[in-house]
Design a protein around this ligand. Structure first.
Ligand code: ATP
Ligand code: MG
Length: 269
């Protein structure tokens, strides 16, 4: 039985972390099944204090009988990253940008102990789920990411080289228009896996294009990507890593980054 549990109740997933035999124990629940968290707490951690953050914090707090403390989400997330990275014995530079790709996407700048939210976008994990369903009828996240890995973006996305007949002023392999190769789309067979690869490509490119100017204006080259959207989603990472050289940035994907909010809430004081 834990004394304290950190809980990040997000729009899609509820992440929890608590100490068990001096080890952090991580769990994920679906926000749609919020009562499963309540049951788990009631059965195993009736006396624990719950440190709750995230958009569903008020809802969850109303459903439990435990003592609760509400933790502000952005503080929890940015302080949690530091703790997660320390646990993994990794080092992060002093200043970096945090891009939290959850249901929605939130961008923060961190400099030493201070952090500031710079902006956000509705282009994120929720959009991935919604458009994947509309385009392919799939709803299972693992299935979507597995299929996308096998996909081919050629012939759906229009690349710079598909427009420029001669020498182009920018790399020919860059995307000129996501889903823009309408002539090919109309005439060729389009597989679900190809559509999903394009979708992940579009989302990753859009997020990166929003993050890069923030990185430049805050004079950092380091971008830390967190959020459950990166979980077992190697294509998403690869699509972002492609741009490290071009934009002179360094992308980090900390192990268990999706638990930053929960860890930050657990350690909050
Ligand atoms: P927000 O912070 O915006 O309120 P959240 O905290 O719930 O949302 P995350 O848990 O970081 O967000 O990420 C949610 C996204 O992760 C989903 O939109 C989806 O793209 C992806 N995802 C990963 N695993 C799952 C899963 N098992 N079920 C549903 N979505 C998943
Ligand atoms: Mg979240």
């Amino acid at each position: 039985m834990a004394n304290v549990i950190g809980i990040d109740a997000g729009g899609t997933l509820i992440k929890t972390v608590h100490l068990e035999n001096n080890q952090y124990c991580y769990q994920t629940f679906s926000t749609n099944d919020i009562m499963e968290v309540v049951l788990w707490v009631n059965e195993n951690h009736r006396e624990a204090k719950l440190m709750i953050t995230g958009g569903k914090q008020t809802k969850l707090a109303q459903l439990v009988d435990n003592e609760v403390e509400m933790v502000p989400e952005f503080e929890a997330t940015t302080s949690g990253i530091q703790a997660i990275v320390n646990q993994a014995n990794l080092a992060l530079p002093d200043s970096y940008l945090v891009v939290n790709v959850g249901t929605g996407t939130s961008i923060h700048s961190v400099n030493g102990k201070s952090a500031e939210r710079l902006g956000g976008t509705g282009v994120g994990g929720g959009m991935l789920m919604g458009l994947a369903y509309l385009l392919t009828g799939r709803t299972n996240f693992q299935e979507i990411t597995r299929l996308a890995e096998k996909g081919d973006r050629n012939g759906i996305d229009l690349k710079v080289k598909d427009i420029y007949e001669g020498a182009s002023p920018i790399g020919g392999d860059l995307t000129a228009s996501n889903f823009g190769f309408i002539e090919r789309i109309k005439h060729n067979e389009v597989k679900n896996e190809d559509v999903l690869a394009c979708l992940i490509g579009m989302i990753s490119e859009s997020i990166l294009m929003m993050a890069i100017p923030f990185a430049k204006t805050t004079s950092t080259a380091n971008i830390v990507f967190i959020g459950s959207t990166f979980q077992s989603n190697p294509l998403f990472r690869q699509q972002l890593e492609r741009f490290e050289e071009l934009f002179d940035i360094k992308a980090y994907f900390p192990h268990r980054g999706q638990f930053s909010g929960a860890v930050g809430a657990l350690l909050y004081r």
